[in-house]
Ligand binder design. Sequence first.
Ligand SMILES: O=P(O)(O)OC[C@H]1O[C@H](O)[C@H](O)[C@@H](O)[C@@H]1O
Length: 445
Amino acid sequence: MISLNIEKTFGFISKESISAYEAKVKEAQEALENGTCKGSDFLGWLHLPSSITKEHLDDLKATAQVLRDNCEVVVVAGIGGSYLGARAVIEALSNSFVWLQEKKNAPTILFAGHNIGEDYLYELTEYLKGKKFGVINISKSGTTTETALAFRLLKKQCEDQRGKETAQKVIVAITDAKKGAARVTADKEGYKSFIIPDNVGGRFSVLTPVGLLPIAVAGFDIDKLVAGAVEMEKACGADVPFEQNPAALYAATRNELYKNGKKIEILVNFNPKLHYVNEWWKQLYGESEGKEGKGIFPAAVDFSTDLHSMGQWIQEGERTIYETVISVEQPTHKLVVPSDDENLDGLNFLAGKRVDEVNKMAELGTQLAHVDGGVPNMRISVPALTEECIGGLLYFFEKACGISGYLLGVNAFNQPGVEAYKKNMFALLNKPGYEAESKAIRARL
Ligand SMILES: O=P(O)(O)OC[C@H]1O[C@H](O)[C@H](O)[C@@H](O)[C@@H]1O
């Protein structure tokens, strides 16, 4: 199970200042449990893991099997919370070179609908020509422009290439029960569909079909993923004492650091497979807390890669940052540094060591250097990149986010600020219904 170590923050904030959060965190836990916090319409994620039934998982697995049996490529269309969770888990668990492997045990998973890149979409549709591909169309609102645009292209191509009947079988929709264009299309075309519960916001939806179906299609064990989340739901529960509750401690520590001028949290990994876990986390915390002129800025780096780019800033730049390191204890594979008689590269001091030992010393050395440089450091230990551990990690972050948002005093479950760009974009594109806004915005250009 994952664990949190906050000791390397104590040179910057005191242990007592963290303990002083106990009562406030208890209040947060109760407000979440009783649905009395701000945004209480969106607490469906809180006990989601333990409420997932075997029937639901079986339905997801059966649908995944249909896609696996009938597709060499599955395009997952979605953005934000309808994209990042699936990608985070799939990349954390996949072989780094999965798309280059000749013998595949699952369809290649590609993503679309998370950008408006003409070249991206052109190149994707070119690649899909002649391929047996399917689509999972994911949108809670069912009206997100990026996703709808990609889906329009993919639906047409799938029908043209594979025929309407097969397309109906290999296109799956994950959306609202009643509202939105994605629901209308799914019902009209007779697609298999899954519902995103009303009370689960996009960025908290990875353990709904939004994440679970693509993860199952990619060949990973969603029973285990959910089991890991259930375990963490218990470990972070309202009844777990503050000092033993990782979500409580993480929420308290980051708020105390913030109060002490540490306005930026950098999530760090030492494993390239976790890049999209970082991205998922950025949305979770950024959309939840960045409002009312407040909120820790969630940034992220991949080490040791970014030690050679961002490392200088972190070591010696403005002292407004702290780091949270996700450390994977055990790699999945074993690779030993070979000995070399000539030792031209001078690396024989590493001969016989596992590559991970080198990585771990980079991690430890970095932690000490950054703490010396004035950067408080938290560490989240993940035993291994398995379904259980990743499920636990995701739920841990969700629960801590709920508590943290409460401590900050914001509604952690809305995202009103995201509408501003959409309104302007629709006005500029002359979307019907935006006539007045179109006129007003053109006058400003
Ligand atoms: O699932 P959808 O309704 O398509 O939304 C996708 C994403 O875009 C929105 O603009 C929100 O900012 C995100 O919270 C959401 O996850």
